[in-house]
Structure formats: structure tokens, C-alpha cells
Design a protein around this ligand. Structure first.
Ligand SMILES: Nc1ncnc2c1ncn2[C@@H]1O[C@H](COP(=O)(O)OP(=O)(O)OP(=O)(O)O)[C@@H](O)[C@H]1O
Ligand SMILES: [Mg+2]
Length: 232
């Protein structure tokens, strides 16, 4: 479904991604793990067209998307929930969800009901100003907004960041359900333990390079991973 082939991305002189290559097959959950500053968010931003690679190529559903604008990618079925959620804090829950659908049209009642079924909390709070939602509720809103467009590939950048353990569990349950319902997922996570449990396959980024890959299970058992990311 997605093939990233030897991309090099720079911020001015900073070489943020060095020959990064990886793939996501249809129906998989693929995790991208790595320390702060490793290049995880840069990778997702480059895939979703917010940044452009200097060299290398990105293919989505058999088509080159290296030079495709973000809004076109959403229409092709690629959704990105960025780090820090980026919801519209001054708008209500409902207005945020309606914005998520605007790429193809205003959200239909069916589309909104589908999101409210998955996130009952958002239904209760549909008229609340998003900035006053709790962190977990804001994350649900960000995910709900991305799901309105029925993405084929959902890219999540640290969905558990800053959440209490109970909410982290909830967010991971939702990711599991989305996967079971057929959504392909590329997951960036600090919580390597939970990400590896969930992922079919995973890649480890270190200072802009992929240094390890394998099944979630293999990586969870690797000594190098245990030392670096799983606390022992
Ligand atoms: N706009 C920018 N300008 C200059 N350097 C940047 C910019 N954004 C990111 N970088 C640098 O690129 C590198 C990769 O950053 P990135 O945000 O991709 O890391 P990350 O793996 O997502 O880290 P974290 O886990 O902290 O979110 C870092 O060294 C960072 O300082
Ligand atoms: Mg990041």
C-alpha cells in the first residue's frame, strides 16, 4: 500500500532522514519507534506532503506521491493525525468533525453517526469547545476527524502522548478496532511496548536512519530494543 524508498529529508543543513526505506502492506499495523529527534514525525510529514524529500520516492497505492499536495492525498485515502493533535481549539467538537469531511463535502449525518458510535464521548460533547476537552478527548476528536474521510491508510503520530494509562489503553483499543475493521495503520509511538504488542511489523529509527526492522514480536524480544526502549 505504501512504499517509502530511500528518502532523504533536510531542514536547511540538518539531514533529518537518511535513505529511509520501508513498506506498509494493506491490512497491516506498522509501528515506527525511536528516541526523541530520531525523525519519526519528519517521516510522517514527508509522506503526507507537508515536507518534501530531496531524493528518494514515495508510492501510495501504486502511484508516486512524492510531489502530491496534502489535500489531494486525503482524497486518495491517506490521513495523518499529527503530533499534538492540531484540532481547532476555538471550535466545537461538531465543527471540528465537519472540517474533517470538508475535503469531499460537508459531513453527512451517517458519517457523523459512525464517528459518534466509535467515540460516544464526542457525541455527548458535540457542542463543547474543543479547547476545553481533556487530553484524551482531544485525541479522540483528532482521530475522529481523520476517520471522517474513510482513510485507507491512517498515520498516527504519538496518539498516547500525555495521556493517563487508562486513556492510553482506550486509545490503543480504538486502534485495534480500527485495524480489525480493515484500516491499515502506520503508528508512531513513544510507548514502544504497547506499539510492538499491537504491530504486525515495526521499524526502529535512530538519528534519521532505519537501524532495525522485524515483526512486533521479534523486536519486543530483541535485547537491543529492550535496553533502549523497554526499560531493561
Ligand atoms: N522545523 C524544523 N527545523 C529544523 N529542524 C527540525 C525541524 N523539525 C524537526 N527538526 C529536527 O529534525 C530531527 C527529527 O525531528 P522529528 O520531529 O522528526 O523527531 P521525532 O522522532 O518525531 O521526535 P519526538 O519523539 O521528540 O517527537 C530532530 O533533530 C529535530 O530537531
Ligand atoms: Mg515526533
Amino acid at each position: 500500500m505504501l512504499k517509502v524508498d530511500a528518502i532523504n529529508v533536510y531542514y536547511g543543513k540538518i539531514h533529518a532522514l537518511k535513505d529511509v526505506s520501508f513498506e506498509v502492506q494493506e491490512g497491516e499495523v506498522v509501528a515506527l519507534i525511536g528516541a526523541n529527534g530520531a525523525g519519526k514525525s519528519t517521516t510522517l510529514k514527508t509522506i503526507s506532503g507537508m515536507l518534501h524529500a530531496k531524493t528518494g520516492s514515495i508510492t501510495f497505492l501504486g502511484e508516486s506521491i512524492s510531489h502530491t499536495e496534502s489535500y489531494r492525498l486525503v482524497a486518495k485515502g491517506l490521513a495523518h493525525v499529527p503530533e499534538g493533535r492540531r484540532i481547532f481549539l476555538q471550535m466545537t467538537v461538531m465543527e471540528n468533525l465537519e472540517m474533517g469531511a470538508y475535503i469531499h463535502k460537508k459531513a453527512t449525518k451517517e458519517e457523523l453517526d459512525e464517528i459518534f458510535d466509535r467515540f460516544p464521548r464526542l457525541k455527548e460533547r458535540q457542542n463543547q469547545i474543543a479547547g476545553t476537552l481533556s487530553g484524551g478527548e482531544q485525541q479522540m476528536l483528532a482521530m475522529g476527524r481523520a476517520l471522517i474521510s474513510h482513510p485507507k491508510l491512517l498515520m498516527l503520530d504519538e496518539p498516547s502522548m500525555g495521556l493517563a494509562p487508562i486513556l492510553v489503553e482506550q486509545i490503543f483499543d480504538i486502534i485495534r478496532e480500527l485495524h480489525a475493521a480493515g484500516t491499515t495503520i502506520l503508528l508512531v509511538e513513544q510507548n514502544a511496548e504497547m506499539a510492538l504488542q499491537l504491530a504486525n511489523r515495526a521499524y526502529v529509527l535512530e538519528t534519521g536512519s532505519i537501524v532495525l526492522s522485524g515483526t512486533g514480536k521479534e523486536l519486543a524480544q530483541s535485547d537491543a530494543i529492550k535496553r533502549a526502549y523497554l526499560g531493561g
